[in-house]
Design a protein around this ligand. Structure first.
Ligand code: DC
Length: 232
């Protein structure tokens, strides 16, 4: 049986999480934001003092920790709650030190293999929107709908700034733009599962589209492919 997976891939800050959350709400699917798993491993390494360059120990850590994504347990704007070995790390995985190191951690093949298994297991449980970098190419190549969200680095940096400021954090546009470019470079040139457009994906350039327009287009595609009822 083909699982009901809508794969949404794209570069950092292309709107995957926001769009994914709204698409999931609209269609009655669960959102599974896979970046949270890579962030959780990175945070665990930083907290436990495992050097980010130590590929073997970080891969070991990815196999050892238990990550859960569960419905939001607090009403503080979080879309869902992330637990690492039972500890609530929902906001900690969005912090600047994690942003700075997560691309390095997610380039390690051992980490990707450990997290790929968890992703397939979780996704098989139901109708899910999976947001990530390699969902359509590696994790769920059999997904019946694959979307690739794109946007220019400038637009993505602007969105990330606004997101941080909305949470009351400092945000420097130039620094964030440099960070976005740096992560693009690592994400798309790494040897294992680099960011690339799946052959059979629908590419949506979001620079000049509102979030709602993007959401509506994905919902239309889901109806067209009979993943949901025609009136969803
Ligand atoms: O989407 P995000 O910013 O939360 O992702 C954090 C990092 O995780 C990003 O640098 C790329 C990596 N990632 C990945 O390699 N594969 C995924 N499926 C999801 C995220």
């Amino acid at each position: 049986m083909i699982p009901s997976v809508i794969a949404i891939d794209g570069p950092a800050a292309s709107g995957k999480s926001t769009v994914g959350r709204l698409v999931a709400q609209k269609l009655g699917f669960l959102l599974f934001d896979t970046g949270a798993l890579y962030r959780a491993v990175t945070l665990a390494a930083l907290q436990r003092g495992v050097p980010i360059e130590d590929e073997a120990r970080i891969s070991e850590l990815a196999r050892a920790i238990h990550i859960d994504l569960i419905p939001a347990t607090r009403d503080d704007g979080r879309p869902y709650t992330v637990l690492v070995d039972g500890e609530d790390v929902t906001w900690a995985i969005r912090s600047e030190p994690v942003d700075a190191h997560v691309s390095t951690v997610s380039a390690y093949p051992g980490v990707r293999e450990a997290l790929k298994r968890q992703q397939r297991r979780i996704a098989r449980q139901g109708r899910v929107v999976m947001a990530g970098r390699d969902i359509g190419t590696v994790v769920f190549p059999e997904a019946p709908l694959k979307v690739f969200l794109d946007a220019s680095p400038e637009v993505r940096a602007k969105r990330r700034c606004e997101e941080l400021r909305a949470r009351g954090e400092d945000a420097n546009y130039e620094e964030i733009l440099a960070g976005v470019r740096h992560r693009d470079e690592i994400d798309s040139t790494r040897a294992t599962a680099p960011l690339r457009i799946p052959d059979d994906a629908v590419v949506i350039d979001t620079d000049h589209l509102s979030i709602q327009q993007v959401v509506d287009e994905i919902a239309r595609l889901a109806r067209e492919r009979h993943l949901v009822k025609q009136n969803a």
